[in-house]
Design a protein around this ligand. Structure first.
Ligand code: ADP
Ligand code: MG
Length: 452
């Protein structure tokens, strides 16, 4: 296995246990710079990433690397700027076709003009009960841009095909009418370009980029939450395009009404078009997806194994793909054939690796003890700052470390509303960026949790 393949397989494992945003943030620009005498040097873009990876992921990465190389790798270090060659699938020593999805901007797939990735097309999208409406609406929009539903807005959980569908709309329109100007951008890109435009006084360029299009596809719009000026910019872009009958399609992880601080005027614009949800695939759809992905990758799995995987991996399509990639990696890189027993063990070890070592109860106890307050106070209704603040930290950690859903977090904290949980998590995440004290406190709490 060459370093490139090794890093892909390692990230493939890790990807399963992280949110996409998290994964993209920390691993997008990483690669193995060298691998010598059991020591892996991973290049990272900046010191911030270096510190973070050292602190949060060193152990996990090392154990994956060690496992994948039969304990050959014994040490991992992170180095800023040791510029590696970017992943280039064609340079692989072994002619295999593993494509591990690295999120919105995959490192190992071509992204064409307009931000479109040719991999995401309608023909490879499997239709099931959970996504048939979203799929039909996307098709309709691709058939008659600007005329069917405008805007088209779909929302659903992680890994359910939102990006795939958005991109499929763009690819399909371009296939039929190559002259149409299609632009795909994540909300993050839109925001960054907007901020950059303001900073550098190049407002016109920004304006032109987003106005001179026939089709605008914006992914993960929920990240616009809390960004007043970006919302303003988006509102005007939206209006200009809409008035000119240009097609707009938007994805989000939740309904517009559930996006905290999303302005009403934007909500009502979205509601004027078509809003549809995407639900997780059922068993039949999961099986069909696995079969198709196997075909795409030119790989065979027995019916028994497909059924086993479809029955046991229920959360989302990305996870299904991740496990499939892992099976193929083990087979092709390590020569371990996919027997049912092997796959069972593999799934159990993945699930255990993902399981965190503390419970919500322990978290609540630890935070209460840390801030010297009573558990009853923490779960109670008082909004005193000395109670509200630790409460928000509990919610944030429930979300970040235990991946609880917002309703579950609300429930855990004495029956609060899910929007309260959402606000709390976002507030802490925001504050963490420029409040070293808060960061320190959270680190201490985590330390206490881990040392139990
Ligand atoms: P989201 O944007 O909702 O988080 P993605 O669109 O990135 O999810 O999908 C995750 C992965 O699963 C992608 O590789 C995508 O191609 C695949 N996928 C999701 N839904 C389907 C589907 N219905 N049929 C085929 N592949 C799918
Ligand atoms: Mg997506």
């Amino acid at each position: 296995m060459n370093p490139e393949q090794l890093w892909q397989a390692t990230l493939g494992e890790l990807e399963l246990s992280l949110s996409k945003a998290n994964f993209t943030t920390w691993f997008k620009q990483t690669a193995i710079a060298s691998l010598e005498n059991g020591r892996v040097v991973v290049s990272v873009p900046n010191t911030f990433t270096k510190t973070w990876l050292e602190k949060k992921y060193q152990k996990t990465l090392l154990s994956s690397l060690s496992r994948l190389t039969d304990r050959e790798v014994k040490e991992i270090v992170f180095q800023v700027g040791a510029r590696p060659a970017l992943f280039n699938p064609s340079s692989s020593a072994v002619p295999i076709s593993i494509s591990i999805n690295h999120g919105a901007t995959p490192v190992n797939t071509m992204v064409n003009e307009g931000g479109l990735n040719p991999r995401y097309v309608f023909t490879t999208f499997i239709i099931g009960k959970g996504n048939e409406l979203a799929h039909a609406a996307a098709k309709a929009v691709a058939d008659k841009p600007g005329l069917a539903y405008n805007p088209l807005f779909f929302y659903g959980g992680v890994g359910l095909g939102k990006t795939h569908l958005l991109q499929a709309i763009g690819n399909e329109i371009r296939r039929r009418e190559p002259n149409k100007r299609v632009l795909y951008a994540t909300c993050e890109t839109f925001t960054n370009e907007f901020i950059e435009a303001i900073r550098s006084g190049r407002g016109k360029k920004f304006h032109d980029t987003y106005r001179n299009v026939d089709v605008l596809l914006i992914d993960d719009i929920q990240f616009i939450s809390g960004k007043t000026e970006t919302q303003e910019a988006f509102f005007h872009t939206f209006n200009d395009l809409h008035q000119a009958n240009k097609q707009i399609a938007i994805s989000s992880d939740r309904h517009p009404k559930a996006i905290p601080t999303l302005e009403n005027r934007l909500i009502s614009r979205f509601e004027a078009g078509m809003i549809t949800d995407i639900a997780p695939p059922d068993f039949e759809t999961r099986s069909a997806i696995l079969e198709t992905k196997c075909q795409e990758k030119n790989y065979q799995l027995s019916e028994e194994i497909i059924r086993f995987l479809a029955a046991n991996i229920q959360s989302n399509v990305r996870e299904l793909e991740g496990v499939l990639n892992k099976i193929i990696a083990f087979h092709q890189l390590k020569n371990i054939p996919p027997t049912l027993d092997f796959i069972k063990t593999m799934l159990i070890s993945t699930q255990q690796a993902n399981k965190k070592s503390f419970t919500p109860k322990q978290l609540i106890q630890t935070v209460a003890a840390f801030y010297d307050i009573q558990i009853e106070e923490l779960l109670g209704q008082s909004r005193e700052k000395r109670l509200a603040y630790p409460r928000q930290i509990v919610m944030y950690l429930l979300r970040e470390d235990l991946r609880s859903s917002y309703p579950a977090i609300g429930h855990e904290l004495g029956g609060r509303d899910h929007t309260t949980a959402m606000h709390a998590c976002e507030k802490i995440a925001r504050n963490l960026e420029n409040d070293p004290r808060l960061k320190h406190e959270i680190d201490m709490i985590k330390q206490r949790l881990c040392t139990g």
